[in-house]
Design a protein around this ligand. Sequence first.
Ligand code: PBG
Length: 327
Amino acid sequence: MAYPIQRLRRLRENEPLRRMVRETALTPNDFIYPAFVIEGQGRREPIASMPGQARLSIDLLVKEALEVRDLGIPAMILFGIPAKKDERGSSGFDPDGIVQRALRTLKKEVSGLVLITDVCIDEYTSHGHCGIVREGRILNDETLDCLKAMAKTHAQAGADMVAPSDMMDGRVAAIRGELDRAGCVDIPIMAYTAKFASCFYAPFRDAAGSSPQFGDRQSYQMDPANKREALREIDLDVEEGADIIMVKPAMPYLDVISAARERTPLPIAAYQVSGEYSMIKAAAQAGWLDENRAMLESLLSIKRAGADIILTYFAKEAARLLQSRPV
Ligand code: PBG
């Protein structure tokens, strides 16, 4: 039975009708807002390649967190930018490191917001890699010790959830074991499960000063060509005890999000990364795209593909728009 009996335009006739049959809805509950924390007092350093985003000192981060919470966004993910870097990324697992101190302050001053931390040493290493380096190679098992220490100090400082983004094999199980031994059995792990070696992280690396000083991340992050391998990563992270799995970046990998949705009943997060954000910002600034519509359409596509949670630099702007005009 086709045309003229079937006319799909019947249900597109007007706005209330379209709303009635709309399959996907965005709400501020879907978002996690990423934030960069730096040393100092009253410091706000705008990030040139990410218009609207800034590195904040802890006191200003508190204000930001209150704003995020009051917009109805349930969670924030913290990235630390330390004053000192070394070969092992030691400032990343110092109990008095920048993220650990930010957590203690946020915990005291902000309630009703889930505090997630990115667990990875690249922001803290002098070479910018996500693992311990020896003779130009990134060592897997040696790196796990750093990640364990980092996750534990984050949890002990007040993190409500940890999110390993390093892509070392076995890190979810290693972190789970470490958290459990430290008595943090109720701290969930959101694993960056299918994290691809993508060019779309460039503005973030500019923001965090974490570009690798030699080589690239292709020996640990995934090949953008591989979807079946993403399914293997999912199976392993689920087995190792991940509570939420993530696909990253988001929009160039909607097929992977959709495949992940089929593969596991776990909540699925997708990271709309810095490059995805900056592309929309840049096109809008040039007058080539309507920024608000591009923002909401991109977020909607990620949700429609199967993501339950979206990490996005647009979280605050999108939440504000959704309050006045639900999509
Ligand atoms: C690693 C990390 C990166 C991002 C999140 N965690 C950078 C990388 O893997 O090079 C990128 C996020 C973004 O581009 O918005 N700590």
